[in-house]
Design a protein around this ligand. Sequence first.
Ligand code: OAD
Length: 251
Amino acid sequence: MGGIDRALELIRSSRRVVVMTGAGVSAESGVPTFRDDLTGYWSMFDPNDLATPEAFDRDPATVSRWYDERRQRVLSCRPNPGHVALAAWEEAVVGAGGSFVLLTQNVDRLHQRAGSRHVVELHGSLLSWRCTRTGKVREDLPLPLPHYPMESEAGGLYRPGVVWFGEMLPESAVARAEAAVASCDLVVSIGTSALVYPAAGYVEWAVAQGVSSLEVNRDPTPISDLVDVSLRGLAGEILPRLGAGWRAGTG
Ligand code: OAD
């Protein structure tokens, strides 16, 4: 039985779904991934120069400008068929009385723009900026920012509302992710190199619990041999096929 058919079997028999997505699910929307050689963000710079609290303390203007440019870029991108298929899948599972939680490492908000509602942003969002003095989060700052860095009303600075290397994930996101993984009957990893923890650990934890598991990824990853079915290919092509085949089989 082909991979797609086996994947459909797992999907059809699931009622409590957890999906983990990474940059690969937004690649076909034009958002660069992190570790792809030619287009990945990291290929253009050393992450330690821009994606750490120390980098912001050292050079808040450059870090603020780089994140503001990424914010502008993702707002000009559109959800792709992979995002849309995930939103439709969620709606159908929840509509049938099941549960569906989408854990994402992405900070581009494209899942929400595609209609996904039960989204947990493990690494924050490019649309959020947080005051360094009060911790207040705003998503309505001018686009582009008037100058870099932008001062906050409290006399601090607005820093990007994303998780940097060496920082903890938002407590609420961790709590929601752990609750979802602890009670799911299917875990699906899509478009992630499965190298960054704790995100990668959630899928491994579900697999270790004996939960049915599926991967959709362009390249092999460290979890490809762990999951029940690993489909090689593009999220924008495979996810709509899974959705169509699974809808045909529901009822
Ligand atoms: P990566 O760039 O590490 O991995 C992207 C994965 O997506 C790769 O395994 C590709 O093979 C796959 N891929 C690329 N295009 C695809 C497509 N069209 N369809 C399906 N798969 C595709 O990105 P992430 O795994 O998301 O963390 O990186 C995880 C974290 O590392 C990021 O959230 C970021 C970074 O440090 C923080 O910023 C905290």
